[in-house]
Design a protein around this ligand. Structure first.
Ligand SMILES: Cc1cc2nc3c(=O)[nH]c(=O)nc-3n(C[C@H](O)[C@H](O)[C@H](O)COP(=O)(O)OP(=O)(O)OC[C@H]3O[C@@H](n4cnc5c(N)ncnc54)[C@H](O)[C@@H]3O)c2cc1C
Length: 378
């Protein structure tokens, strides 16, 4: 395994970092306060390749390697949790099923759209009001009617639904099968509820949807009939690397804020950075961030090599997201009372970080995935 980034990856990291520092981070507070998606920055992301991270160049994407994709999401997370979550969901959930399993015709029609972002982003609707971790319990149905698929059901917590050009919907088909079906955003019968009122990530729209006799052509099936759940689990492996990367970025931002504050704030005649209790928090944070980053990059590297990485993706997500909570919590502690104020960034980062142990598989689900793989293989 490589132990350092390649020169191309370092250049990519620097370019994304510069863009995020200019266009994304300065608006993080505003998008949270207003609950508005940062279209201003996202419109500029298409030409940079940030909307086509996993989309091959022949379909208009950047097609970067998996470590570079993780780096991009980490940098976005450093800038703004909301924007990063929407871009992570767009790439990792909305475009990945098409890239991995879509027919050539579907790829040609929808991937260039997704990579440019001009008609909206991409979304994946798995979760339902009564089924999240247990995807076998979903009830949205798809049935064939002549030359069309007909979808009926309800989905919950779909990131980007209101700003998507298309939504890929996981549906039950027949007795035991599942299909992934691509539904363009303007399809009659698809209704998108108002955005959920969330604790954080308020600049990333999340919606419930209903599908009432939604009809799409048969060629909107993504991948193979009956294989939708299996395909979804593969997509989620990649998504988990991405959420791990986002958590590393959030933690890095909180750590930097804590470090800067500790250098400036004085108590008992000295900067608080001189007090050992503060130093331990800073040292632990830097160490855990580095450990999580290496786990995320390692899982991404395995993915890039085409090697199994389900366990490593689950481990990286589990460790990075729980680490981010600890680091954000301590960054607030370092700020004292000011850490609890909206005048400082750490309370926002803390609220955003809280989702990371839940979305794309809770920490409990990651532990199940890891344990099952250990029991099976060791
Ligand atoms: C901001 C946000 C964005 C989201 N974006 C999307 C999206 O774009 N697309 C999408 O499809 N979904 C999305 N989700 C949904 C998210 O993936 C689910 O909330 C998550 O998978 C958990 O499912 P659930 O909420 O139904 O919880 P449940 O599955 O009901 O779990 C409740 C609790 O029980 C625990 N639990 C469940 N089963 C077990 C078990 N076997 N062993 C131990 N503990 C268990 C869970 O870990 C959790 O603590 C989003 C959610 C949020 C909040």
């Amino acid at each position: 395994m490589q132990f350092d980034l390649t020169s191309e990856q370092k250049m990519w990291q620097a370019a994304v970092h510069d863009f995020v520092a200019r266009e994304v981070k300065p608006l993080a507070r505003e998008v949270d306060e207003k609950g508005e998606f940062n279209w201003q920055a996202v419109r500029k992301m298409g030409p940079l390749g940030l909307l086509g991270l996993v989309i091959p160049e022949e379909f208009g994407g950047a097609g970067v390697d998996a470590v570079s994709a993780a780096i991009a999401i980490e940098e976005l997370g450093w800038g703004c949790g909301s924007t990063a979550l929407s871009i992570a969901a767009h790439n990792g959930l909305g475009t990945a099923p098409l890239v991995l399993f879509g027919s050539r015709a579907l790829k040609e029609r929808f991937l260039p759209l997704a990579a440019s972002g001009q008609k909206g982003l991409a979304a994946l609707a798995l979760t339902e009001p009564d089924a999240g971790s247990d995807l076998q319990g979903i009830r949205t149905r798809v049935e064939r009617d002549g030359a069309e698929w007909v979808l009926n059901g309800a989905k919950a917590w779909c990131t980007n639904a209101s700003i998507a050009a298309y939504i890929i919907v996981l549906c039950r088909s027949g007795e035991n099968g599942f299909n992934q079906v691509l539904v363009p955003a303007n399809t009659p019968g698809l209704s998108i509820a108002p955005p959920e009122k969330k604790m954080g990530l308020r600049g990333s729209p999340t919606h419930a949807l209903t599908l009432a006799n939604v009809r799409v052509p048969l060629d909107h099936l993504v991948g193979e009939a009956g294989q939708g759940l299996y395909q979804t689990l593969q997509v989620l492996d990649g998504g988990r690397v991405s959420i791990g990367a986002l958590a590393v970025g959030l933690a890095e931002a909180a750590f930097e804020a804590g470090l800067n504050y500790a250098r400036e704030r004085r108590a008992f005649g000295a900067p608080i950075a001189n007090h050992e209790a503060i130093q331990w928090m800073l040292a632990d944070a830097a160490t855990e961030i580095q450990a999580a980053r290496l786990m995320v990059y390692h899982a991404a590297w395995l993915k890039e090599q085409g090697r199994p990485y389900t366990r490593q993706a689950a481990m990286a997500k589990l460790f990075a997201t729980e680490m981010a909570e600890r680091v954000c919590r301590n960054a607030i502690q370092i700020h004292g009372g000011y850490g609890y104020s909206r005048e400082y960034p750490v309370e926002l980062i803390y609220r955003d970080a809280r989702l990371m142990t839940i979305g794309e598989g809770t920490s409990e689900v990651q532990r199940l995935v890891i344990a099952r793989s250990l029991i099976r293989e060791k």
